[in-house]
Design a protein around this ligand. Structure first.
Ligand code: GDP
Length: 474
């Protein structure tokens, strides 16, 4: 019916047209873009796909705030590190020791994020530890985190996932603070950990670097105050601000369908103040906020910048990483959501990183769109990772710098693809064979993944791509 209205033909004619194509449809049937375009063509009308980001931009525009309207906001922190180094224990210890007396009455609710108070200031923690969750959000365009706490067990040191976490945080331009955990353990060896960290570009302050490293014990609840003070210090240097006096916008942190309450989403307000009764849109989901619950289980009416709250009232379950906006009215919220749904794709927040491919590298360089080619290198042995890294980075010239954002031993993983996707990078695999599932994610995310057996071939390809002379088939 809607398509008919747009094309100026009756719904019956469209249904007939569909039947000719062997498709049975009723008047309220939703059809996808390609089908709609085909039908339109049959009626001699050419259809163009609207740019995805225009929808949100058109409706809500970019934020322009006057300096005088900005006030300090709490930092948003994520905890990362190798498995079993104590991320969950640390998050739990901080939560249980730093909820203020006034707040303690409530029952702790796990809503995906929580805030704590220290020295009269707040810090917001994302409750899902690990760089995968962090990068998955970033892949959708969400930039929510200000600071990453890198948990390294003092008795185990820097491990593969520690390195991944470092590189994921660096690629996102997020400040890293090291929490050297398990210092209570007999085998703890802080100096060795500092040495290993320095091998990955994190030089601790006492060694003349600028990485803050705080010894802690999540189990004994030691060092937590110092760690939080350091988070505040780094946050103050970052001058984090937002305007609380505007319509709210932010990111969906978590969402699920609750049997009794319907779609429930935890949102992190990033700008403005969210209020009960606000009409909001998040991807293809929309609605008027019926109720808000904070991380202590209390019903709240308002939520300002960096505050996580659970909201009720959405029409359907949005996706984590989607941006949400408060609309001017219910109608606008519904219209935007419907248009996003009609596109058959979920709206991504802001601008997702541009996809990069060796095939059009030259064009992008020529157009001045690319000053840096980010690469992720995976190889069977450490020696090859280094060799590939050095030979490729050496190809950098005045027009484009080649930068390795992550290099590691082992096969190409989903996490590598996510990092590449979120950072606009390509993946070079050397003597490794990724699983089919990883290949399909790479395809879906349009991440250019190239596999080589000889270093020279990789160099040759990149060199050719930089000159626009790459052979299309490889
Ligand atoms: P995650 O996988 O990084 O989330 O690690 P967990 O928080 O699940 O912790 C892994 C294991 O290390 C658990 O058995 C914890 O009890 C233990 N652990 C965590 N922090 C400490 C600590 O500060 N000291 C000691 N001795 N053990 C700890």
């Amino acid at each position: 019916k809607n398509l008919g209205g747009l094309l100026g033909v009756s719904a019956t004619d469209i249904i007939k047209n569909l039947m000719k194509k062997g498709k049975i449809a009723n008047i309220n049937q939703e059809i996808d873009y390609d089908t709609a375009a085909q039908i339109a063509e049959d009626f001699d009308i050419l259809v163009e796909m609207e740019e995805e980001k225009d929808l949100m931009e058109e409706a809500f525009g970019e934020i322009v705030d006057n300096e005088k309207d900005l006030v300090e906001r709490p930092p948003v922190v994520v905890v990362m590190g190798h498995v079993d180094h104590g991320k969950t224990s640390l998050l739990d210890a901080i939560r249980s020791t730093h909820v203020t007396a006034k707040e303690a009455g409530g029952i702790t609710q796990h809503i995906g994020a929580y805030s704590v108070s220290i020295s009269g200031k707040k810090i917001t923690f994302l409750d899902t530890p690990g760089h995968e969750a962090f990068t998955a959000m970033r892949m959708r365009g969400a930039q929510v985190t200000d600071i990453a706490i890198l948990v390294v067990a003092a008795d185990d040191g820097v491990m593969p996932q520690t390195i991944e976490a470092i590189n994921h945080a660096k690629a996102a331009n997020v400040q890293i603070i090291v929490a050297m955990n398990k210092i209570d353990k007999v085998g703890a060896n802080p100096d060795r950990v500092k040495q290993e960290l320095s091998e990955h570009g994190l030089i601790v302050e006492e060694w003349g670097g600028d990485t803050i490293c705080v010894p802690v014990s999540a189990i004994k609840k030691e060092g937590l105050d110092t760690l939080l003070e350091m988070v505040l210090l780094v946050s103050e240097m970052g001058d984090l601000k937002a305007n609380p006096n505007r319509k709210a916008r932010g990111t969906i942190i978590e969402a699920q369908l609750d049997k009794g309450r319907g779609p429930v989403a935890t949102v992190l307000v990033q700008s403005g103040t969210l209020q009960v009764g606000d009409p909001i849109v998040a991807g293809a989901s929309y609605g008027r906020i019926r109720a808000m619950v904070d991380d202590k289980g209390r019903i709240v009416k308002k939520a300002g910048p960096s505050t996580p709250v659970e909201i009720l009232g959405l029409s359907e379950v949005p996706t984590a990483g989607d941006m949400f906006y408060v609309a001017n009215n219910d109608k606008q919220a519904r219209q935007v959501a419907e248009r996003i749904k009609a596109q058959g794709r979920v709206q991504m927040m802001g601008q997702t990183p541009q996809k990069v491919s060796l095939d059009d590298l030259f064009t992008q360089i020529q157009e001045g769109k690319m000053k840096e080619l980010n690469i992720v290198i995976k190889a069977d042995v450490q020696g090859s990772v280094e060799a590939v890294r050095q030979s490729l980075e050496r190809l950098s010239n005045e027009e484009v710098r080649i930068r390795t954002i992550h290099g590691g031993v082992g096969t190409i993983t989903e996490s590598d693809v996510m990092l590449a996707s979120a950072s606009g990078a390509i993946i070079i695999g050397f003597n490794v064979r990724p699983e089919a599932s990883v290949k399909s994610i790479a395809e879906k995310e349009q991440v250019d993944m190239r596999l080589y057996r000889v270093i020279y071939s990789a160099i040759e390809d990149i060199q050719a791509a930089m000159k626009g002379m790459l052979d299309p088939e490889y």
